[in-house]
Each structure stands twice: as structure tokens, then as C-alpha cells.
Write a protein that binds this ligand. Structure first.
Ligand code: PLP
Length: 286
């Protein structure tokens, strides 16, 4: 079965989907995106992702082409047409097609693209073993709270990580960890506190971050929303990342040094279980 994508109002086989060369997403990275996890054929935390999409579009002044209800039914239709049980739904909106000029075009419809990717999230080997990260300088622009398309710094960071035998890059600015190349970064101190950077323009407000923190709070775990240094991360008892396509994933090594005993830590495992419970439960309830 060929992959079905959604492009500008139509569902069509991926090989038939075409975007004009003058699309501003292609020429300028002028657009925003979202990514939602799919479990049991249901979108996880979709409402929160659509709220963030609205905000990203508003911040870059692209009109939102659909209401939340319309987005949801288009997303669900795409998941259904692809028979996707578990994986990821990618959605992007660009400012559209126009003669190349930096200024906003006067009357251009946004380009809307969605596709799905199958992926094992629940039974991922990485979740069993944990992953390694390396630290790299954070070279990104200053509005990382907007989920914008221009991802060159993340491409370079994540490529450097893989070339160093790791699976994710932790981005560092002024000695403090901002976040992962495509994930939110957490450490757990030896005293058992979950430490995560507070929201600001410096990081993306991760939706999985938000849900994980809510679950941690309900469970009575201690949370400290504050900056943390790379040295603190090297010295932490546990570390993990969160993202829509991984949920909660243990980190067992940072810059080649083991975190704690070099195995996924007990609090991280617990948070992953809590998240899976929530995602499974919301997938069934939906
Ligand atoms: C830079 C960055 N931070 C954090 C995240 C995690 O966000 P979410 O949990 O909403 O997937 C992502 C996801 O792609 C990301 O690109």
C-alpha cells in the first residue's frame, strides 16, 4: 500500500504529492510544524499539540487554515487511511507559494502538508537500554519556543551525535543545557528531584514535557524547574528525554560518561510507565 499524505485539502499517494519550487517553506524555511505520537491508532495529546500549532502560527503571522476540530478530523482520517497503529504524525504549514521576496506575499494561501511514519514507541529497544547523548553548542535562533521549520542547527547537532556513537544531542548555551535536538532534557538529582529548564523563548514548550511533569506532580515526585549545567548533568543520578515520538526515554550516558550506574534509572522507568499508562488510557478512551 502506498503512503497517503495530505496536501492542501487532498489525500493522495505520496509519490503524486508535489510542492512548487517557489514555496516559502522550501526557499526560506518560512513555516511551522507539529508532530504527534500515535498509539493504538489514536493521536496522543493532540489537543495540546494543536494549541501549540495555533500559537506558533500566530507568532509568525500565518493564518491558521483550519479550526481545531477540522485539524483533528483531517489527522484522524490520515491515520485511518494509512492504517497507522503506532508511530508519528507530522504536520507542517508554510506561508505558501509566491515569487521569492522576503516580505510577506499579499494574498497567498498557506501550504498544508501532513504525513505519518510507523514507529515502535512502546516496545522500542532504546527504551530498554537507554540512549547516549553528547553535548554541543546551541547554535539556534532566539525564538525556540516557536516550532519553526528552520532546523539546520538541529540537523548538524543530531548528525554530530550519531557520528559520535550517540543518539541525541543536548544543546548547551552559557554552560546550561537548553534541550535536546528534538526533545526536552531532564536530569534527576541524587536527592531524587526532577530538574527541567523552565519555559522561555530559549526552548520549545514540549507537550510530552508538560504531560510528564503533570504525571510526576500527581505522583508526588519533586520537580525543580530551573536551569541546570552540563556539569550537573554529568553528575546526575538519572537523565531522560521526552518527545512525542519517544514518550519518556532514559539517557544512560552523556559525553561518554555513564549517568548513575549506566542503566535506565528507577524514577525514569516509573515516569515512562506513568506516561504509557496515560497514553494507553487516552488512546482507549478517545
Ligand atoms: C527542540 C525540541 N524540543 C523539544 C521537543 C519535544 O516536544 P514534544 O514533546 O512536544 O514532542 C521537540 C520535538 O520535536 C523539539 O524539536
Amino acid at each position: 500500500m502506498s503512503r497517503i499524505v495530505f496536501l492542501n485539502g487532498s489525500f493522495l499517494p505520496a509519490e503524486q504529492a508535489r510542492i512548487p519550487v517557489m514555496d516559502r517553506g522550501f526557499l526560506f524555511g518560512d513555516g511551522v510544524y507539529e508532530g504527534m505520537g500515535v498509539l493504538g491508532g489514536r493521536l496522543i495529546d493532540n489537543e495540546a499539540h494543536l494549541v501549540r500549532l495555533e500559537r506558533s502560527l500566530g507568532e509568525v503571522r500565518i493564518a491558521n487554515p483550519y479550526s481545531r476540530a477540522e485539524w483533528t478530523s483531517l489527522e484522524e482520517e490520515l491515520v485511518r487511511r494509512n492504517g497507522l497503529a503506532e508511530g508519528f504524525l507530522y504536520l507542517q504549514v508554510t506561508r505558501g507559494v509566491a515569487e521569492r521576496d522576503f516580505l510577506f506575499p499579499k494574498s497567498t494561501e498557506p501550504t498544508v502538508l501532513m504525513f505519518t511514519q510507523a514507529k515502535s514507541i512502546v516496545h522500542s529497544p532504546a527504551a530498554e537500554t537507554g540512549i547516549s547523548v553528547i553535548s554541543v553548542p546551541d547554535l539556534r535562533w532566539k525564538r525556540r519556543d516557536i516550532k519553526s521549520l528552520s532546523l539546520l542547527a538541529q540537523v548538524l547537532a543530531k548528525q554530530a551525535a550519531v557520528e559520535a556513537g550517540a543518539q541525541e544531542a543536548w544543546l548547551v548555551e552559557d554552560g546550561f543545557v537548553t534541550e535536546g535536538g528534538s526533545s526536552s532534557a531532564f536530569i534527576i538529582t541524587k536527592a531524587g528531584s526532577i530538574v527541567v529548564r523552565p519555559l522561555s523563548h530559549a526552548i520549545l514548550p514540549g507537550i510530552t514535557r508538560q504531560s510528564t511533569l503533570a504525571l510526576a506532580q500527581e505522583t508526588g515526585l519533586t520537580i525543580e524547574e530551573r536551569l541546570f549545567t552540563l556539569e550537573e548533568a554529568h553528575d546526575a543520578a538519572e537523565a531522560f528525554l521526552t518527545s512525542a515520538s519517544n514518550f519518556v526515554l532514559p539517557i544512560v550516558s552523556i559525553d561518554g560518561r555513564p549517568v548513575g550506574n549506566g542503566k535506565p534509572g528507577p524514577l525514569t522507568r516509573r515516569l515512562r510507565e506513568l506516561y504509557l499508562g496515560m497514553a494507553g488510557a487516552s488512546a482507549e478512551a478517545a
